[in-house]
Design a protein around this ligand. Structure first.
Ligand code: PMP
Length: 361
């Protein structure tokens, strides 16, 4: 009796694990470069890492199910009251919770073509109808998204910057979009890559939460803070919305290691700045490499970039043979493109060399 909407789903495809590739192709794990999951190539924030032992010493205790300390740290850093915060086991958890409070069979969820894979997943899992709006220049077409809203629409998902395309909608355009979405439609603004934006392009989305009662901003510690393994993210919304989410949230959805490490990572501004700068330079290195190889790419605001390689399936296989793991995005409807995460300079170089070798350039 599994519903057809669930049976027709394809499981989320994460980047191939290093151990698996090593086993499969007879490679040494240390010879493999993984640039597939938009992780921070610098590793964890050292301040976060320093919290792990102390947490382990208290490891028999349940975590604080309300995340008091982390919420306080987020509140202090960004000037939002703790009652406006909800924590998640990764921001994926927050995305799913948001969907669960509003979606049911008969409801519609609006998002763009090339949107993050979790949006269709949570929508279909709840028996709701996905409404995928054609993209414009690989990015969100906000006018078309507004046009796709019907009386059955309950949620709009919008990642800015977007994954896997790296495209970006300026703050002013987003603000007028929000002003035009009906108030009974929840808007999930997914800022997983927001910290990589150039300061000149940042916008004050957390302040919008007061103006737009239907707005939920989602952020993560998996990217610039380097805590993907620990699984922790957060949502910011008006207290009434947070209260509803808390009713269906699992009691201990964020573990103690994640809570402590995230609070410390927030304070590690030097690490965040270093990560952003490394990313800026890495993107330039990749763009230059692509230009040399005569390849097209979509300029990215994230810590990844998608590049046009033609038969991406074959190129990906050849990259795997050479110990380089990137992300094929055929599942996103982009069969001629690969998405590569920005790595350390030597990792980016290794990827570009393998690509040149494969394309015989
Ligand atoms: N949103 C977007 C757009 C993402 O790319 C990702 C990570 N792939 C996430 C959310 C979820 O990240 P996490 O669950 O690790 O916070």
């Amino acid at each position: 009796h599994v519903p057809a909407a669930i049976r027709s789903l394809a499981p989320y495809q994460p980047g191939k694990p290093i151990e698996e590739l090593a086993r499969e192709r007879g490679l040494r794990e240390t010879d493999i470069v993984k640039l597939a999951s938009n992780e921070n190539p610098l590793g964890m924030s050292p301040k976060a890492r320093a919290t792990l032992d102390a947490t382990a010493a208290e490891g028999a205790r349940y975590p604080d199910g309300n995340g008091f300390v982390l919420k306080e740290a987020i509140a202090r850093k960004f000037g939002v009251a703790p009652k406006r915060l909800v924590l998640g086991n990764g921001s994926n958890d927050v995305l799913e919770l948001a969907a669960r409070i509003v979606l049911q069979p008969g409801a519609e969820a609006v998002y763009s073509q090339y949107a993050f894979a979790v949006y269709p997943l949570v929508t279909q899992a709840l028996g709701a109808r996905p409404v995928e709006v054609p993209a414009k220049d690989y990015g969100h077409d906000l006018e078309a998204m507004l046009g796709a809203i019907t009386p059955r629409t309950r949620i709009v998902f919008l990642a800015n910057p977007n994954n896997p395309t790296g495209t970006f909608v300026p703050g002013e355009a987003l603000e007028s979009f929000l002003a035009r979405v009906p108030e009974d439609v929840l808007v999930v603004l997914d800022e997983a890559y927001g910290e990589y934006l150039d300061p000149t392009e940042r916008y004050e989305s957390l302040a919008w939460v007061d103006r737009f009662p239907n707005l939920l901003v989602c952020r993560t510690f998996s990217k610039i803070y380097g805590l993907a393994s620990l699984r922790v993210g957060y949502g910011v919304a008006r207290p009434e919305l947070v209260d509803v989410i808390n009713r269906i949230r699992q009691p201990f959805n964020v573990n103690a290691f994640a809570l402590a490490a995230a609070a410390a990572a927030l304070e590690d501004e030097a690490f965040v700045a270093r990560s952003a700068e490394l990313n800026r330079q890495g993107l330039l290195q990749l763009y230059e490499g692509f230009a040399r190889l005569g390849l097209r790419w979509v300029p990215s605001r994230g810590n990844f970039v998608m590049v046009h390689v033609g038969d991406a399936g074959a190129v990906n296989e050849a990259l795997l043979d050479r110990g380089v793991i990137v992300r094929p995005i055929a599942g996103y409807g982009l069969p001629e493109w690969l998405r590569v995460t920005v790595g350390l300079p030597e990792e980016n170089a290794r990827f570009l060399e393998a690509l040149a070798d494969i394309l015989c350039i």
